[in-house]
Design a protein around this ligand. Sequence first.
Ligand code: FES
Length: 144
Amino acid sequence: MTDFEPLIIAFACNWCSYAASDVAGTSRTCYPANVRIIRVMCSGMVEPTYILKALDGGADGVLLAGCRPGDCHYISGNLKAERMVEGLRVLLRRLGLEEERLRLRWISAGEGGLFAKTIEEMVAQLKEKGPSRLKKSKGGISGI
Ligand code: FES
């Protein structure tokens, strides 16, 4: 599966992680073009259904990125996101999906390099895993 290019959907909080992706871009830090970034106001507003919809719609992996603990602009949204991801990983296992397809990472606004490194790591890991089971059963990317 050498030519497989995974699709990653990244939900990035406006105040930190989306800003970090912007910093990566403006500082010309290269990272794989496998990611589609969706800006959200806080990682805590991302519902499990958003992540499941991304995976069902053809994503091979999902990144949920938010402010570091203590830095959430809505006090505890990132902690809520962390609890949601823990619960969702259990569901993914039951669906037969590897839990590595869902990654949670705290990336602050100035950490463009960390954003780029995270995408690089995910792409490498997903290339090893191959296409998502859900994607294979549908025969390709649809709707994203
Ligand atoms: S505002 Fe960034 S995680 Fe809540």
